[in-house]
Design a protein around this ligand. Sequence first.
Ligand code: NI
Length: 190
Amino acid sequence: MEEQMRMSEHTSETISEYKARINSYQAGADPLVLQAKAPETLAALLEGLSTEDLGKRPSPPKWSIREIVAHLADDELVGAYRIRLILSAPGTEIQAFDQDVWARTGRYSTADVKESFTVYRTLRHANLKLLHALNPEKWDMFGIHAERGIESVRDIAMYYAGHDINHFLQIESILQQLCKTTRRTGVESQ
Ligand code: NI
């Protein structure tokens, strides 16, 4: 999630522009189907990359693939908590977090990519299991995000589907710079 916008490649974006862009990626597809496919897509993107490839930043302030995968793992943790929080306390306030601070304190730049990937895939599996079990009434439950306002469980599910794609495109673009084979994922920008 680009909660504070600063690491974003789209630093001129407002919160609402960012939100619209992220949601556009899933383009009407079932967010749960997209979310279920995502770990496999990420695995394909990471296939055969060297330590050097994983650590290469496209430019100094931008994240390397290693950092992006660590971010995806942490973000899945955030989603896991937010969904459960909303279900137990509808209307709850949802704090934003500073992803750059998380990247520093979580030492994303030296994170073990396999571990980050395993955390991401495991939490995604658990979150999807929960989401599939919810009735329509629960999908409508919401919290109030400090920056984005009302966010229902449905909004969050859609958002995460788009958020994956946003970062997969970012990885694709780094792979392109590294002259690695691209279009590993079939992910297409809108
Ligand atoms: Ni993000």
